[in-house]
Design a protein around this ligand. Sequence first.
Ligand code: TGC
Ligand code: FAD
Length: 400
Amino acid sequence: PVAFDWKDPLGSNNLFTDDELAIAETAESYCQERMQPRVLAIQDAYRHEDFDKKILEEMGELGLLGATIQGYGCAGVSSVASGLITRAVERVDSGYRSGYSVQSALVMGGIEEFGTQEQKEKFLPDLAKGKLVGCFGLTEPNHGSDPGSMETVAEPHPSKKGYYTLSGAKTWITNSPIADVLMVWAKLGQNGKIRGFLIERDQCPPGTLETPPIKNKNGLRASITGMIQLDDCPVPEANMFPDVEGLRGPFSCLNSARYGIAWGTMGALEDAIARTREYALERKQFKSNPIAKYQLVQKKLADASTDAAYGILAATQIGRLKDEGKAAPEMISMIKRQNCDRALVNTRVLQEVFGGNAVSDEYHIGRHVANLFVTQTYEGQSDIHALILGRAITGLQAFC
Ligand code: TGC
Ligand code: FAD
């Protein structure tokens, strides 16, 4: 009989091409050999909320940033290969995956899809190298799940021809305190249509752009998060996306990022499974039995492995459809919601296997649980994705 591999329960590796497996190997080696020795550093990052910007440069050197983009120094790989990279990064920490996703899927992906030729040539090569850091500003203090009600406004500049001024506030923005290029979505004062702008920090006059960090988070602490405060910030019209208006712009960027999260969360869950298995085999209670021998512990591992294996198969399927232009946004909502929910529920249950040690961050399981709560919340909270699916199933809108 074929041997069962607990690390790949449903044999998903058989679905990947040789190129995809080679890219996964590069990403896993980087993450395990160069990130993993920094585990204590990661815990330092987690304890001290310190994001190591150099990680983006290192990923850039390996060609992992914006990897699906053709040209501009990007690797031009399949969506499944990019999913495998994302899974490798989040196996280490969701915060690093967050920094990587924002750079690759939201910022680079958005510029590739909606940018002018000049914008692509100006920004993509340095974003691909990690020399420029990007962020994506959609959420506002009063408008999270409902970004269509945003208040940030772009008005024609009163004195500078060919310029807009942007005013308003974005919050909970990954990478904003360290971003060089800020993709901000704002409503045009003239007609209320949402447009995308690329703000260059070094071009902003003093006092027009502030990006204070949001400190004391209880999840995603290895990622840097902040606000974007705009006070009549001048932005050239040449930095506006020319042809896309309305929510289709930001939501198209989100399709790729949500797809990536569906992969990434499976990496975090797989790491939680591996750590729990190892702990349960070593920890003995009652007549020197490893706790892994007990049925209730085995069921927790069986449930988690099943959800991880199913989640990877679903993400692979959507990746293939995406490259063929056959992935509906609702399919992405389905895997984003399911994989984030199952990763969170299972890691929370696996946490129990560690007993009191689960409370120590040195066992990593609590870090994954706290991080995975955030993944279930951003890029559309799970209940919002349920409503997106409910609307597609019934034809009835339940948001308001
Ligand atoms: P709705 O009427 O549904 O749509 C408005 C327009 O947008 C189009 N559209 C899409 N286009 C492409 N892809 C999609 N997935 C799309 N979804 C909608 C739609 O066709 C329509 O176009 P048009 O041309 O007819 O105007 O808009 P609504 O206001 O009713 O939306 C409701 C809802 C709930 C679906 C939506 O607002 C939503 O998804 N809310 C969740 C908000 C969200 O996801 N925010 C994410 C912020 S970014 C972030 O969290 C980054 S974290 C990254 C990290 O750190 O890893
Ligand atoms: P709310 O919209 O206030 O929702 C609160 C609760 O109410 C949720 O459970 C929601 O599901 C529920 N709810 C809302 N409306 C309905 C309804 N109609 N029916 C049923 N339930 C409803 N945003 C960015 O733009 N860029 C980023 O880079 C970014 N990074 C982030 C990083 C972190 C660490 C975090 C925590 C958030 C980040 N976000 C970012 C913001 C994130 O996308 C929002 O937090 C998310 O979209 C939810 O919005 P909200 O927090 O305003 O919650």
